[in-house]
Design a protein. Sequence first.
Length: 525
Amino acid sequence: MIESGSSTKASLVIALQTQDLSLFVSTIKGTSLDLNKFVDPGGCNIFHDFAKAILNENQIIPFLNILLEEFKIKHPPHILTEMLNSMTVNDKQTPLHLAAKHNKLKLSREFLRLGADGLLKDINGQTIFHLASSSGNTSLFVYLYNTLSINPFTKDINSYTPLHLAVIEGHENMSLFLISISKDLDIQDNKGYTPLHLSVFSSSYKIARNLIMRGANRKARCKFGLSPEDLALSRGSVDMVKVLKAPGIVSNPCKTQMKVIGRRRFFINLLAMTIKSISIAGYCYKDYMKWYDYGALSVMFLSWVLLLIVSLKDPGYEKEKVSILELYATIKTDFICPFCAVKKINSTVHCHHCQKCVKKFDHHCPWINNCVGENNHKLFILYVFVLTIDLVLSSTITILAFFNKYYGKNKLIPTETNYKYIDLGISAFCLIILIFVIPILYIQTCNIIYKKKPHQRSHDKSLALNSRTSSETFGIRNSEEWSYSKNNMTLNSTVEFVRYCCWKKKKIPPSLSQTSNINEEPEQY
């Protein structure tokens, strides 16, 4: 019987799948054929089978090492390189393509070390970057990006870049890394869709929000004349419309719009407080009785001191930067900030306004031009409380001064005060500011009572509505489960992973409350 390369390869694959190392060794050493003849009619050689094997990479590596030893004995190095760069007949995919497609990081590294060409494209014009992003393998993509001198944002035959593929597949962590390194977030495919358009199809609030906060154009139109908001409306995605809708001219001054804000509100706050302080000191306090005068001025001065402290104090920026390669090799991607290249656990959140990660993040307050976090949260609450007292005191004094002109004498209010309309204006001004300050004080008081941050309360609310979040899905609610370790590879994590796979296969577009909110910056105020 004549020995064929196809049948010998089949025997090797069976030995690999059954983890029969002795059969694999006896087969490869007993064959009289050249190793480069181990190819089936579809153009798939033994290295393609290694890449496609449904096995843990640690189970594959010993077999690969045996094969490589035989190559060193029987063939010159260029034969190995030719096999690693050979393509299948139908899909035109190399072993490296398949390794990237099947999330095999160690195998991909080994193939590249042995001479695999990372520039080759398959039948769809896709590189290993496209395949890694489409499969959601962030760790592999990061490794390829940092080791290969290749532009990762090349287009395939449909003009898809890796960012398009990651967004349309709904791979949030992959999308966030690509957003962090992309220079053009409005790049279009052959239908004119930008990544923001495609986030509507995947119904991912997190991806859409990060695209917008990094500067993606809400008004970009595809070849059908639709903006991302129009597309969401046509699909009935009400929740996505809320994210994609452009902020209006008139908005809630206590709530940050879905865009990166500057220092305008901070300067408005400084101007308003300066006008109020000068007016109160000049027109109301200068002639009052000393004890009342000094008390009111002391509260005003304290509010100014607290404003400056809470504005200038480091809120708790995460400063422990690690190599991006080391991060993605050792830390679960849910606990990595691709924008800051830091590990973030517990309540650490990336703030797009400050472009930094903040420990125990509460919110970004535009009125103080700073985040509220671990180091300044208590000071912020104290500032809001003192400011409330200051405003109540100022408005009370001016109201008393105004009505004193008509209803008799008050020992605390001098008869020399004739600034009737100024008193009324200052009082109205203070009351208007109070309308915005009191809700903030109320929210912060509730946070103290419930011992939770705003995004934690939102998360619990979504759980009450039977929503699924990625923290539930992956079972990583414990902050100690941020790293890859054998201790974490328990039966429980396996069950959670199977649940995740089953849920993803349903392809049910999630609503806002159903998308990932791990370490996601909450709505601001």
